[in-house]
Design a protein around this ligand. Structure first.
Ligand code: AGP
Length: 609
């Protein structure tokens, strides 16, 4: 989704803005622009370009052609109006004396636009954003905070806005509602950004702006206001990420780097929560009595986070014997769900900013159910609005296709499952010890799969020309199949479907023809025999089967190509079997020459519905 950067300080703004926008490229975009003010000219200077950031770099001489110590920049991911220079941000009023960048959607822009047209304002773009800048002009009577607050009370939807007023040459304004925006502070100036990597080079000291709060930044100070224009105090947070974590570090793509970081970040997520060989989850803030009283758990997420929920359902139900409902956030929020009062909800999100997941969270809280966030980005909206947060320590994930965040979410769920099972006395001390011991071995086992990637790489290269693929599995392996299929399709653009293997013969097996690649995940000892039958079934219709199974399972005798993963407890199997599938998707996409880290039409953080 759109990315915003803003700077005011003692340096030239344009190169800083372009550099910051480059760090937000991973969010997905189709055009970009910057607005810089030199403090003297009669207008704010705006330069915009369609396509890659390089086009904007070329137009501005890498920023050297734009002079001024204050500016705002934007990468646009089109929602209203096609990708074009006119629709690209920044947008300005007619005189170019007020200029804005926006991330989000102004839901009531149509009636507001009509009103502004009747008042004589001319619109040049098809965007929802443009209405905001004309409204700012209309309400501006010399005090920017007042004008912003008046506009804020009239627009609905989601927005993070960066605003420049020519009349206030050294002041950069920012406001947000339901779209991410942080404020960074440094001795060389102050910043706004959609995400930490954009400003990490300059500072790790950030403020998180809450909904309907306004920030005024000058070269040497930041003031925050609430929606009633009263000055408020905010706490400064130091971001722990280092700059290397947000760089490629010699890898060809962020995705590959992040795949290889998995042993470390999975370990980082597990180890701080193990004390004296026991799982300690103080962050979830639940007493043993509350855990015993649980009748049901609801897990909600989108995309891969939803797939984690699916795997967690199998794991938690089997281990702790608590019924788990898993929902797509976009469905959950509109179906007026009937929720058990003795339940808890878990919202899983890497970014912590996914619009549907955030809306589901609010819906659940309104019903009086406590929400636990399993979130990666510290200080994100979901992290702040959830009652409690279990952070996944994956570090910044840049590639649009999630890998390391997904793996840390999985182990966070396992830890909950084991802890609940212990408290509810579903497992005894010996089983508890065995589970913790196995949990601790997951990072090394992931490492051993990564060390032996050549076969997968060769196999993936052979299948880069495929048109369709099928991923099948049973039980937890079905959840893994869904994630493997999503990984492949989002980055390689090859159509693929995930099926519960037992469902094939209820319709979709008719799609199998000579040479169709079928990826079968078979790690569940109780279900291996059933999977073998399904594999033989598709092979007899011409399918070529790539199986991901456990060492010693005998799958090599049946499948056409097999990758074996180390043995673990069946309930942890997704953590291992997903690794070959991530590598498979990655190498297919590389062989096809796809833009692996920034797949077409996709955004890293889906902050609009
Ligand atoms: C998966 O590779 C995708 N990037 C996508 O499905 C993602 O998991 C989904 O959009 C949810 O994002 P979140 O974890 O930031 O909420």
């Amino acid at each position: 989704m759109c990315g915003i950067v803003g700077y005011v300080g003692n340096k030239e703004a344009a190169p800083i803005l372009l550099d910051g926008l480059a760090k937000l490229e991973y969010r997905g975009y189709d055009s970009a622009g910057v607005a810089v003010y030199d403090g003297q000219s009669s207008t704010i200077e705006i330069v915009k370009a369609k396509g890659r950031l390089q086009a904007l770099r070329d137009l501005t001489g890498d920023g050297a052609n734009l002079s001024g110590n204050i500016g705002i920049g934007h990468t646009r991911w089109a929602t209203h109006g096609e990708p074009s220079v006119t629709n690209a941000h920044p947008h300005s009023n007619k005189d170019k004396t007020i200029c804005i960048v926006h991330n989000g959607i102004i839901e009531n822009y149509q009636p507001l636009k009509e009103k502004m047209i009747n008042r004589g304002y001319e619109f040049v773009s098809e965007t929802d954003t443009e209405v905001v800048v004309h409204m700012l002009e209309h309400y501006y009577k010399g005090n920017p905070i007042e004008a912003i607050a008046r506009v804020m009370h009239r627009i609905s939807g989601s927005y993070a806005l960066g605003v420049l007023f020519k009349d206030h040459p050294g002041e950069l304004y920012a406001v947000r509602k339901d779209s991410p925006l942080i404020v960074g502070s440094s001795p060389e100036g102050n910043f706004i950004a959609s995400d930490v990597p954009a400003i990490l080079k300059h500072t790790r000291d950030v403020y998180f702006i809450d909904n309907l709060e306004i920030a005024k930044l000058t070269a040497d100070g930041i003031t925050f206001y609430n929606e009633d224009n009263e000055v408020i105090t905010k706490e400064l947070t130091t971001v722990e990420w280092d700059i290397e974590a947000a760089e490629k570090g010699g890898y060809e793509h962020f995705m590959l780097k992040e795949i290889y970081e998995q042993p470390k970040v999975v370990g980082d997520t597990i180890s701080p929560r193990i004390e004296n060989d026991n799982i300690v989850l103080n962050e979830i803030n639940m007493t043993d009595d509350e855990i015993r009283a649980l009748n049901r758990i609801y897990i909600i997420g989108c995309g891969s986070a939803y797939h984690v929920g699916m795997a967690a359902k199998y794991m938690i139900e089997q281990t702790a014997r608590i019924p788990v409902d898993v929902d797509l956030a976009s469905e959950f929020r509109y179906r007026d769900p009937i929720m058990d009062p003795n339940s808890m909800a878990i919202i899983i999100s890497q970014s912590g900013e996914t619009a549907d997941s955030l809306a589901a969270l609010r819906e659940i809280k309104e019903k009086g159910i406590k929400v636990l966030g399993i979130v990666n980005v510290v200080g994100s909206s979901i992290a702040r609005e959830a009652d409690n947060v279990l952070y996944t320590w994956a570090g910044p994930e840049i590639s649009v296709a999630t890998t390391k965040a997904y793996s840390t979410q999985l182990v966070a769920c396992y830890m909950l499952g084991i802890h609940f099972a212990k408290v509810r006395e579903v497992i005894d001390e010996t089983q508890y010890r065995e589970m913790i011991e196995e949990l601790n071995l997951i990072p090394d086992k992931i490492q051993s799969i990564l060390a032996d990637k050549e076969d997968i790489q060769r196999f993936a290269t052979k299948y880069a020309g495929a048109k369709d693929m099928f991923f099948i599995g049973r039980g937890q392996d079905y959840a893994t199949a869904m994630e493997g299929s999503l990984k492949l399709k989002e980055i390689s653009y090859i159509h693929s479907e995930a099926y519960a293997a037992g469902e094939l013969k209820h319709g979709s097996i008719s799609l199998i023809e000579d040479g169709t690649l079928c990826v079968a995940i078979a790690t569940q000892p109780k279900l291996v025999e059933k999977m073998i039958s399904n594999i033989v079934e598709v092979q007899s219709r011409g399918a070529y089967v790539f199986a991901v199974s456990t060492e010693g399972s005998g799958m090599k005798d049946t499948a056409d190509f097999t990758i074996s993963v180390p043995k673990t407890l069946p309930c942890f199997s997704t953590s291992l079997s997903v690794i070959p599938l991530q590598l498979f998707g990655y190498y297919v996409a590389v062989a096809k020459g796809c833009d692996v880290d920034k797949p077409r039409n996709l955004a890293k953080s889906v902050t609009v519905e």
